[in-house]
Design a protein. Structure first.
Length: 79
């Protein structure tokens, strides 16, 4: 009788383990999806920041070049 109790206990433990394993595997894609959405949104934000910095640096370069042209008339004639 003790042998049947032990086998039933191991069957129950195996069933609980398999249930836990299946449920954890089902929840993985949701967490991966949330992680990928976070990475995508942060990359989009970083890309927007880089575009803003590039636009600002272009404006600053134009201003510096204009000041250089204004300060050196020979350079203006050369160009």
């Amino acid at each position: 009788m003790a042998a049947s109790i032990n086998t039933n206990r191991y069957r129950l433990l195996l069933l609980l383990y398999l249930t836990f394993l299946c449920l954890s595997l089902l929840s993985v894609p949701a967490s991966l999806l949330e992680s990928n959405l976070y990475v995508t949104s942060s990359l989009n934000y970083q890309e927007e920041l880089i575009k803003k910095q590039d636009a600002r640096s272009t404006v600053l370069l134009k201003e510096v070049n204009q000041q250089l042209l204004d300060s050196l008339p020979k350079l203006k004639n050369y160009l």
